[in-house]
Design a protein. Sequence first.
Length: 235
Amino acid sequence: MTDADGVSGVALYRVLAWLSPGYPIGAFSYSHGLETAAERRIVYDRPSLQSWITAIVASGTGRMDADTLRDAHRAASAQDLDALNAVNRRGLAFRATAEMALENAAQGRAFLATCRAAWPDPFVERWAESLENAAGEICYPAAVGAVTARADVPLGCALTGYLQAMAANLLSAGLRLGFVGQTDGQRILAALEPVVSAAVAGALARGPDQFGSATLVVDLVSMAHETQYTRLFRS
């Protein structure tokens, strides 16, 4: 069965499962620098958290991840292993700090391993084996792009799900850091709906020569987090 937007029930089921907070990739253990931003009172309430997440989704890692997912989805749809490997390498290289690189690669490794175990696909298996043979890391959005493409999840749907999951995970970190409550958290998610929609539209319209991010403060607090004395999160 397919709905009016062309998303089959199976594809929707899978993308909801793969981007759920319960999927075993350890997303809950990363704050993407938010812990240090909270420590330094850069982020401290609902408006500042909403602005912080907006910047990441629209201009920071969210922008780069959306482009990486897009290109990986297209490469996997064409079963072009060389193109997918190139996308993966670029997605791994463009990480400003050691902790952001860890956050990306560790989640990518866990995501792909779980998908291979529960939802095997011949092309994804070939890609994973080629990475293992080359001792290569796995870029998380590249893995999501490849797996969703092979499951016939439309690109726009995959991008929306990925960016919503990113925003929700950052919000969850804010909830655990204690400066917003559950209701305000849902208000933030509601306010981020047009942000995510615009980010998806931007990714679909951009060319590969526009790859990059512009969230210097996020990068700086991520660097500072590496030496922060007390920490709840890995990034």
